[in-house]
Design a protein around this ligand. Structure first.
Ligand code: ASN
Length: 317
């Protein structure tokens, strides 16, 4: 969509209408409850909180194209944060730091084809966490425990809000099914993720997406990856992605070449991998607005925002 069309369709009335929605404060109460419960959970589990960064010479290349968001400052290009993946890994170079988390604002200037997914905002917050010397099984179990802890807290703290928004309290999940992308694709075709999410009644894990160079390739099965997505049920789709990370210099370079990442932009990161050695880590990040949307059973994640951030349907503020 051209900007001129945007100007015509985004009026002051629609912008103010969005922020005046009567149910919005209740949705925000749920979101606040999630963040508070997550902080307490992370504290109990011993993760150190880092403050977010919004600008860096390197950021997540993502596995899909977005509009470039770099600015010039002090003779250098600085990218707006798409995720803090590399900063999580680099921060764990500190020998006294074992695990960390960040409430991290991300800017991803999505193209208009993601405007109608119900799951994309061009600016959102993810809670990103990373552990040194842990594997995918540890991270998946950690997230399962986190979801149940957050849901139990919300049930205890704001039952009347949950009843009004979703008609019932939140469940506790005992079993999280685990599927592999290649098997689901063979059974259900290319739209397997959506189909499985619509069929599911509990969250589940989807293993092995072919993605960014930093998701570790399985040494036992080259061409497959030690990553995991949490998929919310009832058609709400992806809510978290994470992986064990590549940390060996030659393997990182091989994967960069395969997926077409610029080694020039990442030269200092590569230097650390070559000279210092990156720590062996695993982690993940989940979308706060997406978790809020799932809990409140909202049609579109943009219903969680005060100022719309739906791709190409910009708010005036
Ligand atoms: N936060 C994700 C991870 O830890 C990366 C991302 O958001 N693209 O793997």
């Amino acid at each position: 969509m051209e900007l001129s069309t945007l100007e015509e369709t985004t009026t002051l009335e629609t912008t103010l209408g969005h922020l005046r929605r009567p149910l919005l404060p209740k949705v925000l109460q749920v979101q606040q409850g999630i963040v508070r419960a997550v902080h307490d959970f992370m504290f109990k589990k011993g993760l150190t909180q880092l403050m977010p960064l919004m600008l860096s010479p390197i950021t997540d290349p993502l596995n899909h194209g977005v509009v470039d968001a770099t600015i010039g400052y002090a003779d250098r290009h600085w990218s707006l944060t798409k995720s803090m993946i590399f900063h999580k890994q680099l921060a764990l170079l500190n020998p006294a730091l074992q695990s960390l988390y960040i409430v991290s604002p991300n800017v991803r200037l999505e193209f208009s084809d993601r405007a109608g997914t119900g799951r994309h905002l061009f600016e959102f917050t993810q809670i990103d966490f990373e552990f040194k010397d842990k594997d995918r099984f540890y991270v998946m179990e950690f997230m399962e425990e986190l979801v149940n802890a957050v849901f139990a807290r919300l049930n205890a703290e704001i039952p009347e809000v949950l009843l009004e928004l979703r008609g019932e309290l939140l469940p506790q999940y005992e079993q999280w099914p685990v599927y592999r992308t290649e098997k689901l694709e063979a059974a259900l075709g290319p739209d397997y993720e959506r189909i499985k999410s619509e069929e599911a009644t509990t969250p589940f894990w989807l293993l092995n997406h072919t993605r960014e160079f930093y998701d570790k390739e399985d040494p036992a099965k080259p061409g497959t990856y030690l990553n995991y997505d949490l998929i919310w049920p009832d058609g709400f789709g992806e809510g978290l992605s994470g992986a064990e990370r590549e940390h060996e210099y030659h393997q990182i370079r091989k994967r960069m070449a395969q997926v077409g990442t610029s080694q020039e932009i990442f030269k200092h990161y590569l230097e650390v991998a070559r000279e210092e050695g990156l720590p062996r880590t695993a982690g993940a990040g989940f979308g706060v607005e997406r978790m809020t949307r799932f809990i409140c059973r909202l049609k579109d994640v943009d219903e969680v925002t005060v100022f719309s951030r739906k791709p190409y349907a910009a708010s005036l503020f």
